[in-house]
Design a protein. Structure first.
Length: 244
């Protein structure tokens, strides 16, 4: 699969930048992304903030049912339709604050003429720039490993990946966040246990490669660096909106 990589410079100079957000996967992650964009923006008043057009659509078919269980409806057509609506509404580019949904990135990109940013490429570029040749510990849904979303892109950047042994436990953490139980002590304990297991597997850096995990990132206890895909995306959006 060929990915289109768009930098901040692809946004027209001196334009009123409107960012289209393919959201609802899940709703908490979308709200967390918006808050990260707000927090990352050096604003003195409302007018200084980023204009976001958000389709926070929780009715997108389950990525877990489609990719892990194998008996769910494909989210691709609905994601494509969301992308078209956001383009028609005036978005300059689109972002999708969900890692697993990027299996359907091409559905979105083929549906529009504006760029659809790729969260995986941006995250791995950030890691490769900071830690050349790093061993990357993946905190994510088991679906990501099954579909190989990160593997080829990581290899191209000289990075290697390692996953937790108990991926079902990570899936339960993600499901707990979706149920609104992300801050339960058992959930946070399982989250930190997986992170520290990856550290024991000699990971140089951890990636929060599920934006549900970004929602509870503050509860993670681990001694090695952590790169949050949601934060990478938010920081890049702010930079693009500011023309840098």
């Amino acid at each position: 699969m060929n990915y289109i990589k768009e930098s901040a410079s692809s946004v027209p100079a001196n334009s009123h930048v409107m960012v289209g957000v393919l959201g609802g996967m899940g709703p908490d992650a979308t709200v967390a992304f918006m808050q990260r964009v707000i927090d990352a923006t050096p604003a003195r008043d409302d007018i200084d903030h980023v204009h976001m057009l958000v389709d926070n659509n929780p009715k997108v078919p389950s990525r877990i049912k489609a990719l892990i269980d194998g008996d769910g409806e494909s989210p691709g057509p609905m994601i494509a339709e969301m992308a078209r609506r956001l383009e028609q509404a005036g978005s300059h580019f689109l972002v999708m604050p969900c890692n697993t949904a990027h299996f359907y990135w091409k559905d979105a990109q083929d549906a529009v003429t504006i760029p659809v940013w790729h969260i995986v490429e941006r995250t791995l570029d950030t890691i490769a720039h900071r830690l050349l040749g790093a061993r990357v510990g993946m905190l994510c849904s088991p679906a990501l490993r099954k579909i190989g979303l990160y593997e080829g892109l990581a290899e191209k950047r000289g990075l290697s990946l390692v996953y937790p042994h108990d991926e079902d436990a990570m899936l339960e953490v993600i499901r707990a966040v979706k149920r609104g139980q992300g801050c339960h002590p058992d959930t946070l304990r399982a989250f930190s246990l997986a992170a520290n297991e990856l550290a024991e597997q000699q990971a140089d850096v951890l990636v929060l490669a599920c934006t549900e995990l970004s929602v509870i990132a503050g509860g993670l206890e681990v001694a090695i660096p952590v790169v949050d895909t949601l934060q990478v995306l938010a920081d890049d959006v702010v930079a693009a909106a500011r023309g840098s």
